[in-house]
Design a protein around this ligand. Sequence first.
Ligand SMILES: CCCCCCCC/C=C\CCCCCCCC(=O)N[C@@H](CO)[C@H](O)/C=C/CCCCCCCCCCCCC
Ligand SMILES: [Ca+2]
Ligand SMILES: [Zn+2]
Length: 264
Amino acid sequence: MPSILAYQSSEVDWCESNFLYSPLVAEFYNTFSNVTFLIFGPLMAFLMHSYVQKRSRYIYCIMALFVCIGFFSMYFHATLSFLGQLLDEVAILWMLASSYSIWMPRCYFPTFLRGSRSQFTCMILSGTTIVTFLSVLRPTINAYALNSIALHVVYMVRLEYKKTRSRQLRHMIGVSVVLWASALASWISDRLFCSFWQQIHFFYLHSIWHLLISFTFPYGFVTMALVDAKYEMPSQTLRVHYWPRDTWPVGLPYIEVQADDKSC
Ligand SMILES: CCCCCCCC/C=C\CCCCCCCC(=O)N[C@@H](CO)[C@H](O)/C=C/CCCCCCCCCCCCC
Ligand SMILES: [Ca+2]
Ligand SMILES: [Zn+2]
């Protein structure tokens, strides 16, 4: 039985040809396209400082897990090892679990929890611990299961889109969903139509997924922060800005909590 650390011990092999540029790196573009994860995680932690201070410092865990995903995904594509695949998938699972625990609006909690966020968090974290152990049983279905969690997030933000009249929130939801849908289309296309892409020598769809899904992160993050703030921080005014400049045609969104001018 091959070691779980061995090169190509994973059952999954992406469309990009292996070992084209180096005997150490199995999929070159798929490995290095993860660099945006390593940049956006710390950058968002810096930009969202005022929001995190007001809401919860646990939000830094989401950013830290996002950076872990970047490292594990690089390791996975460089080696195509079973361990790399599991680390990548388990980090995604825990990042989604932390996001659910912190941001899921109480109105979507199961009724028996009666709106208790601490009980909801216990339920999500115990479920995630069990699923983490189960994930070794059928590793090939893990990625599909993770993508179906995204469908639930999209369903929930669609309900919030219908409820809100805020143009700022509607714009964020629109951009996040378009980015996520384009990312998912690239992921599925790389998985299902690889023989076609190989015929035309275009092996980059999974790298494009990495880039698009890493840009979805700041937009999805700001979307969830705005949705959550409507319920949990109703007295605060949140403003969306773009890094590096609000006036540039493209940029990364972030939130600034406006200072309370109220003094006695
Ligand atoms: C109430 C919860 C709100 C959660 C919002 C969180 C927004 C998170 C945005 C992005 C997460 C990025 C995770 C990307 C992982 C990339 C690593 C990777 O490529 N792994 C592959 C192997 O290399 C693996 O096959 C991929 C598996 C599927 C990953 C599924 C990710 C789900 C992303 C959920 C995005 C929801 C966006 C909703 C927008 C409104
Ligand atoms: Ca490959
Ligand atoms: Zn990948």
